[in-house]
Design a protein around this ligand. Sequence first.
Ligand code: 5GP
Ligand code: ZN
Length: 112
Amino acid sequence: MDCVFCKIANGEIPSKKAYEDDRILGFYDLDPQAPTHILLIPKEHLSSVREITPENSGIVAHIFEVAAQLAEELGLSNGFRIVTNCGEDGGQTVPHLHFHLLGGRSMKWPPG
Ligand code: 5GP
Ligand code: ZN
């Protein structure tokens, strides 16, 4: 499949890894929007939040557990943000489910 994040997950495209286990991968975003900007993805291809079902939603819980652990390890004690963009209006540019873990600066609300 011609999916950039599947290729990162299987090592075809190199990435700077922040976390890896058998089900998920965390790697640093190429174009960081904050001092800490990590992408967390399931290794299994899911296009977006739209493909989360009762059968596969455990992966999302796992990603959030790891995100909280990473935030702690990376010293984001002042807070952080986890974002997932979905579809065109959501600003999704890579059609493989991913969660942005952003920290190290004060975030604005509402997002643009
Ligand atoms: P989206 O816009 O879909 O929410 O987020 C996609 C993110 O993937 C963007 O922040 C973009 O910088 C990042 N990205 C796209 N291609 C690559 C890549 O090949 N390597 C890495 N590390 N990040 C990428
Ligand atoms: Zn994919």
